[in-house]
Design a binder for this molecule. Structure first.
Ligand SMILES: *[C@@H]1O[C@H](CO)[C@@H](O)[C@H](O)[C@H]1NC(C)=O
Ligand SMILES: *[C@@H]1O[C@H](CO)[C@@H](O)[C@H](O)[C@H]1NC(C)=O
Ligand SMILES: *[C@@H]1O[C@H](CO)[C@@H](O)[C@H](O)[C@H]1NC(C)=O
Ligand SMILES: *[C@@H]1O[C@H](CO)[C@@H](O)[C@H](O)[C@H]1NC(C)=O
Ligand SMILES: *[C@@H]1O[C@H](CO)[C@@H](O)[C@H](O)[C@H]1NC(C)=O
Length: 394
């Protein structure tokens, strides 16, 4: 701090301003108020507390049969699932909870929430920020624990967004219905396309909010809209979800995040990358295991334009991943690259949780370019610009 006295007078206010802006933006990322439903409602917690008033649950509005459930609570001999902490909320037929969240108009946000189904097989959840909405199918159990975190993205059309979770179901038993917990929101940014790589967010480092203390990753359900994706740059073009994983709970090839492909060819991620027609390109990616006791063999089908290649992961005691490549000639100005798991893998310990191969560090480059030199040059330019900036500031 002693050095700051040598700064011109105007530097400090600007730095403070930048600091404030930074805190304002980061404060929006993370759990929403009472997103874990642990705050004591006005009437206190009670077993089988059905919320009557629209404001029974702090920070949320509700409509219909909304019930705060407690861990250990039983219903018809079945213990209800509470994903985290002591409490969660259950939505009866046609019931909903909602909360107003502050957003920045024009930005893309991703909502992360944990959901479980109770008695009905065909339970689903409609998550919306009107007019955008998506119905998330809770029929498939991806995990033997019976619940999973999911992510859904929306584009903010104003400065306030009404985040709504609704159970669209009409079950005979009105107390059946999805359980929700751990609601968080994160403003997404779309990483710039690297100079030497046509793939946006090929390292998967930008994605939905992940709770540090939840070890199940985050499921990314079907999303065909590349502009509004929880995984910027990518779409999930299959009926089933893929799993976004972190390095704190899984093994990832590079950085802190990667994608684990699930359910065979029912879990497909893809991206349209910019290419020049009739030019040779190479797609490279890392293929590995997540260290989640997934039953081998692991393999992916990788697509690049009109090429498709089946790549098997070869277990190697020295490394948790290997590098793979596909050579192709672009036919158009946009070329589709895609991945799915060749096998339908489950964990060896419970034989039912879905798992699969991990894909990371996806690159597409013009095979004729001197990519390494270029990357080095880019980094050098950046370093030089930084030095100039420091020199100007001092
Ligand atoms: C509650 O839901 C019902 C049925 O969907 C709807 O008609 C009513 O307007 C809602 N009430 C509020 C306060 O949103
Ligand atoms: C998990 O972390 C959140 C904050 O990120 C905290 O509110 C919650 O209590 C934690 N849950 C457990 C079970 O530790
Ligand atoms: C989900 O709910 C929203 C708002 O309540 C509604 O407009 C939309 O049609 C529903 N979406 C689906 C797929 O049911
Ligand atoms: C692991 O590394 C050691 C030493 O570099 C090498 O001798 C060995 O062949 C490697 N094993 C595998 C399976 O690649
Ligand atoms: C792609 O081309 C490179 C050299 O141009 C070669 O080393 C590599 O083996 C090729 N990959 C495949 C999968 O054929």
């Amino acid at each position: 701090m002693a050095r700051s006295s040598t700064f011109p007078k105007w530097v400090l206010p600007i730095m403070l301003l930048l600091g404030c802006l930074a805190t304002k933006i980061s404060a929006e990322d993370g759990p929403v108020p009472n997103g874990d439903f642990e705050m004591t409602p006005s009437g206190g917690f009670s077993n089988e507390a059905i919320v009557d008033g629209p404001t029974g649950i702090p920070s949320w509005k509700s409509n219909g049969t909304v019930e705060l459930v407690e861990s250990g609570q039983k219903q018809g001999g079945m213990i209800l699932i509470v994903p985290q902490g002591r409490h969660a909320v259950r939505l009866g037929n046609d019931a909903e909870i909602s909360q107003q969240v502050k957003v920045e108009k024009g930005s893309i946000y991703s909502v992360t929430f944990s959901a479980a189904r109770t008695c009905a097989q065909l339970e689903s959840l409609n998550v919306s920020v009107p007019p955008a909405s998506q119905t998330i199918d809770l029929q498939t159990l991806y995990n033997v624990q019976g619940w999973d975190p999911y992510a859904w993205a929306f584009s903010a059309e104003g400065d306030d967004a009404m985040l709504v979770f609704r159970n669209p179901g009409m079950e005979d038993d009105p107390t059946c219905g999805p359980i929700i917990d751990d609601v968080a929101i994160k403003k997404l940014f779309t990483p710039d396309r690297p100079k030497d790589n046509a793939v946006i967010n090929g390292d998967f480092e930008e994605g939905p909010w992940m709770f540090a203390n939840i070890s199940l990753g985050v499921l990314l359900p079907t999303n065909l809209d590349e502009e509004t994706s929880s995984l910027p740059g990518w779409i999930v073009e299959s009926n089933r979800a893929v799993r976004y994983i972190d390095s704190y709970h899984f093994t990832v090839p590079q950085g802190k995040r990667a994608i684990e492909l699930l359910s065979g060819k029912e879990g497909i991620i893809s991206q349209m990358v910019e290419t020049s027609p009739n030019k040779p390109y190479t797609l490279t990616f890392s293929l590995g295991h997540a260290n989640d006791k997934c039953k081998q063999p692991l393999a992916v089908m990788a697509f690049a334009g009109d090429q498709a290649q089946n790549v098997h992961y070869t277990p190697n005691s020295n490394s948790t991943f290997q590098s793979a490549n596909v050579n192709f000639t672009a036919r158009a100005e946009r070329t589709r690259i895609a991945f799915y798991s060749v096998y339908y893998n489950t964990r060896t310990d419970d034989m039912s949780s879905l798992c699969g191969p991990v894909v990371d560090d996806v690159r597409v480059w013009f095979s004729g370019s001197w990519r390494n030199g270029f990357g080095g040059l880019g980094r050098m330019t950046l370093g030089l610009a930084f030095l100039v900036l420091v020199w100007v500031l001092l």
